[in-house]
Write a protein that binds this ligand. Structure first.
Ligand SMILES: *[C@@H]1O[C@H](CO)[C@@H](O)[C@H](O)[C@H]1NC(C)=O
Ligand SMILES: *[C@@H]1O[C@H](CO)[C@@H](O)[C@H](O)[C@H]1NC(C)=O
Ligand SMILES: *[C@@H]1O[C@H](CO)[C@@H](O)[C@H](O)[C@H]1NC(C)=O
Ligand SMILES: *[C@@H]1O[C@H](CO)[C@@H](O)[C@H](O)[C@H]1NC(C)=O
Ligand SMILES: [Zn+2]
Length: 469
């Protein structure tokens, strides 16, 4: 018996040593086989690129986005505009002939900024441009008038905590990167509230400014007094820092009419191309439909939402149907902290083993540079081969950190994640400002982004095996 076993074992051995990628059994494709399989998509990739960049679909994602943005305008969580935007998308996705177009209800925050203003009274009268931060409380109707304490960091605030009581804290932190600096917006009011400040004004998280405040969500803590909080322009933050370094006393009146209402029902918007062979397995392409209430959310995240729609349109137009289901999800209420996506995850995580990859574009649709990816080394090696199909437009790079706010729920739990990487050198000029309009978007850059998004999502949805975790 032992002898027989050995023969069987030796017989099986050569078949099993070909670097099986998915599971440790003998029926999986070797990396060489997968590489050949991917190279076989070269003509399809060229057809997608050609249709998006030079063909009938040239500028389509841009034109569709322009129509949408001009019709609906800004789409804050909880607003009537966001409701209209969802109805609009439900209609146009059906008109486009996509499958399983439907809305999935979720509860989202409803905050409105109301009337707001800030006036410097000393050392001179000066109107300060502000935008209240999402979830901020209001001031009393007559406003809060107080002396200003300018700090450049949380460390400086803690050192000068004795001076902060009864003051309006102005943060003049330098912009390092969004990831590094955004903590001042998220936690500035909490840190100022802890040391007895009456309000906080935060230098906008921006890499460039023409006196433009940049809004965004912020978080209170239940054990810290809630103080009104707004962002101010880089220019005003720097001016108040200069004044205060000369020992000049600064007094400001802040008025904010912000109000938080009870949560309301909104929807994640979904459309599909159902898979031909493994319809239960899904590749998610996504962007978020909500935006801030200033500007029009053309960049954040109209571009990401509309290149994701474009991916399904291009595949449909070419008469292609991948083996797996390609699912477009337009998340609702990303700006208050991925609220729609979190509920989507809770409702669908039972099927997590069937989620092949989750893709979100939420960092601009400027000149594409490649794809950021989070996943196993084996999956990354496969993605590297897929990116070679984008040689014709020279967008072959792979970067780290493929999760975005809405897809991170899946990525943290082991699903491969990808996000679009593009030239963000101007992204934080416009982010969360009145300047986020169609004027920022460029049709030929969007064509290239759509081509990248489509080739990657189609090939992952169509190769024989799911990406290894
Ligand atoms: C697409 O946009 C570019 C840049 O604005 C323009 O030159 C080109 O004519 C447009 N193509 C179509 C088909 O509208
Ligand atoms: C500053 O504004 C206050 C209140 O609006 C006004 O009473 C005062 O005259 C102004 N000061 C100057 C120098 O314009
Ligand atoms: C899970 O997947 C199955 C098969 O595709 C589907 O019928 C079911 O609706 C999915 N459940 C959820 C909660 O998404
Ligand atoms: C391709 O892109 C890289 C950057 O990823 C750039 O350095 C190179 O010049 C580009 N090549 C062409 C032919 O445009
Ligand atoms: Zn966004």
């Amino acid at each position: 018996m032992k002898f027989l076993f050995l023969i069987v074992f030796i017989y099986l051995l050569p078949q099993c040593t070909g670097k099986p990628l998915i599971r440790d059994d003998c029926h999986q494709h070797t990396f060489e086989e997968i590489k050949r399989e991917i190279a076989g998509y070269s003509d399809i990739a060229k057809a997608i690129i050609n249709l998006a960049v030079n063909g009938n679909a040239q500028n389509r994602s841009y034109e569709r986005l322009a129509n949408f943005v001009d019709t609906i305008g800004p789409r804050l969580s909880g607003s009537k505009n966001l409701e209209m935007a969802i109805k609009y998308m439900f209609r146009v996705l059906q008109e486009d002939g996509l499958e399983n177009v439907h809305l999935e209800p979720v509860k989202v925050p409803h905050w409105e900024r109301g009337e707001e203003s800030a006036m410097m009274l000393a050392p001179r009268n000066h109107s300060i441009a502000i935008l209240g931060l999402g979830s901020s409380v209001a001031t009393p109707p007559e406003g809060i008038t107080a002396e200003v304490l300018v700090v450049t960091s949380f460390d400086e605030l803690h050192k000068r905590s004795q001076d902060a009581k009864g003051k309006i804290v102005v943060y003049n932190q330098p912009f390092v990167s969004y990831e590094e600096t955004v903590k001042y917006r998220l936690l500035g009011a909490v840190e100022a509230g802890k040391v007895g400040a009456v309000a906080s004004l935060i230098r906008s998280i921006a890499s460039f400014s023409i006196n433009s405040p940049h809004t965004g969500w912020q978080w209170y803590q239940s054990d810290v007094p809630k103080i009104p909080t707004a962002c101010i322009s880089v220019e005003d933050a720097e001016m108040m820092a200069r004044m205060s370094s000369r020992g000049t006393r600064i007094v400001v009146t802040l008025k904010m009419g912000a109000k938080t209402y009870t949560d309301i029902v909104s929807f994640n918007t979904v459309a599909e191309i159902v898979g031909s062979k493994y319809p239960e397995q899904v590749v998610v392409v996504s962007g978020h439909l909500d935006s801030w209430d200033v500007g029009q959310g053309a960049m954040d995240d109209g571009g990401g939402a509309f290149i994701s729609w474009e991916a399904l349109s291009l595949i449909k137009d070419l008469g292609l149907r991948p083996k797996r289901t390609l699912r477009l999800v337009l998340w609702t209420a990303e700006e208050p902290g991925g609220v729609g996506a979190e509920q989507y995850y809770q409702l669908h995580k039972g099927n997590i083993s069937n989620f092949d990859i989750v893709m979100e574009s939420d960092s601009g649709t400027f000149m594409p540079m490649g794809l950021a990816f989070t996943g196993s080394d084996k999956a990354r090696a496969i993605l590297k081969e897929i990116m070679q199909l984008l040689q014709p437009i020279n967008v072959t790079n792979i970067y780290e950190n493929g999760g975005e706010t809405d897809t991170d729920y899946w990525v943290r739990n082991g699903v491969p994640g990808a996000s679009l990487r593009d030239d963000i050198s101007k992204y934080f000029w416009f982010h969360h400002t009145q300047g986020d309009t169609m004027t920022v978007q460029d049709p030929s850059q969007m064509n290239l982004c759509a081509a990248v998004w489509t080739v990657v999502s189609y090939v992952i949805a169509d190769i024989e095996e799911m990406l290894p975790r």
